[in-house]
Write a new protein. Structure first.
Length: 189
């Protein structure tokens, strides 16, 4: 006998997968905008973080994320067309600004299931009443990400910095190919 949670998860996963695979109902402009905006955010954050890490070290890079990541996300938002916004979300947020809403948690949980089944698509688009949400999964593909998001307990300076800066930090313990979260681009209709 199936539990209602299993049926709900399976149904949501099937819906999200079909919505992605059969994206003919989703306007191409939504997919193009989601792809463009998510790449723009990831490029801006990644290049700045890489520069900090390379020139100033790990603690400076962590401090950069603390001080600038949300601001850079807002800067990317300012350069979008009216009705388009971007943010990052996670099931294990470090910054309270990146905590997923109830609906977004369902999508992230489905992404995790799809990743476990090796069926995670490059994006998922969810149609809402007055907008579309384009979700780009963030999967850890670079060892450098694990410096701050892996097992940080062996780096006392970093551990102290993180516990002082983010007392509710849940964004550690990741391994290669784990789902870190998603970039969400909302596109109003």
């Amino acid at each position: 006998m199936f539990s209602s949670k299993k049926i709900t998860t399976a149904a949501l996963t099937a819906f999200l997968l079909s919505a992605t695979l059969y994206a003919t109902e989703v306007p191409q402009t939504v997919i193009d905008t989601g792809d463009k905006v998510s790449k723009e955010l990831l490029k801006k954050l990644g290049s700045n973080l890489k520069h900090e890490l390379k020139t100033k070290g790990l603690i400076a890079a962590a401090n950069f994320c603390t001080q600038k990541a949300y601001t850079l996300t807002q800067e990317v938002n300012l350069h979008q067309l009216e009705g388009v916004s971007v943010k990052r979300i996670s099931l294990k947020a470090r910054n309270p600004e990146n905590i997923a809403s109830a609906d977004e948690i369902k999508v992230l949980e489905s992404m995790q299931k799809l990743l476990d089944e090796k069926k995670l698509p490059a994006y998922i688009v969810e149609k809402q009443a007055e907008s579309y949400k384009y979700y780009k999964p963030l999967v850890i593909k670079k060892e450098v990400c694990l410096k701050c998001h892996g097992n940080i307990s062996s780096n006392q300076e970093l551990s102290e910095y993180m516990s002082k800066t983010y007392p509710e930090d849940k964004a550690t313990g990741y391994k290669m190919n784990d789902l870190r979260g998603a970039v969400v681009v909302e596109i109003k209709q």
